[in-house]
Ligand binder design. Structure first.
Ligand code: NI
Length: 197
């Protein structure tokens, strides 16, 4: 190849290489912060009240591991089963149950007043806190925790709620760890939870 042809080729190759490096850098810069956001995407500020009327906010997640479940007191099966299993885990934790937060957050604030939550939770472990609030306050936590919750009308004019039935595990810093598996022996789940104390 003669020199007159090869020089422009080298320039083109150098230009292409710089473009590729620039593109890789851009992707890395874009992807980096996005990956961090994805890891911390579950959780965020909230302010609700428990069944005793006490204010509970995201600040209460500091210093204790937390398991959070979203549901509603009129739920026919999924919620009572999950709350029963969570109760069994808390019982298996013994005195350490006081060192974790166990929250049942209502996705149906219209019906789930603190009084309704108190009545409903009397059937479950005393360490379980039922959180509710104004529709706006509930919408905020539902969105922060990426929870799916949708009102579904029933034939009789009543309604039910379709909702996420995952249990979220948050660490002592209030950061999302992973979904928490309650479909196992309570002792096994309890010792898993104790690792985050
Ligand atoms: Ni439910």
């Amino acid at each position: 190849m003669n020199e007159r042809l090869s020089r422009p080729l080298i320039i083109v190759a150098a230009f292409a290489a710089s473009l590729a490096i620039g593109l890789a850098l851009t992707l890395w810069l874009l992807g980096g912060p996005r990956a961090v956001t994805a890891a911390s995407a579950i959780g965020g500020p909230f302010q609700l009240v428990d069944q005793a009327g006490q204010v509970v906010t995201d600040k209460n997640l500091q210093g204790k591991p937390t398991i959070i479940f979203f549901g509603f007191t009129h739920c026919p099966d999924v919620c009572p089963t999950a709350l029963f299993e969570m109760s069994e885990i808390l019982r298996a934790m013994g005195d350490d149950a006081k060192r974790v937060n166990a929250y049942f957050v209502s996705v149906d604030p219209e019906r789930d007043t603190p009084a309704a939550m108190k009545d409903y939770l009397s059937s479950f472990d005393a360490n379980l806190k039922g959180l509710t609030g104004s529709p706006e306050a509930v919408a905020e936590i539902v969105s922060a925790y990426r929870v799916y919750a949708k009102k579904v009308p029933l034939k009789d004019g009543d309604y039910t709620m379709d909702h996420t039935s995952l249990i979220y595990l948050m660490d002592r810093d209030g950061k999302f760890v992973a979904p928490f598996n309650i479909k196992r022996r309570p002792e096994e789940a309890a010792s898993d939870l104790k690792r985050y104390l």
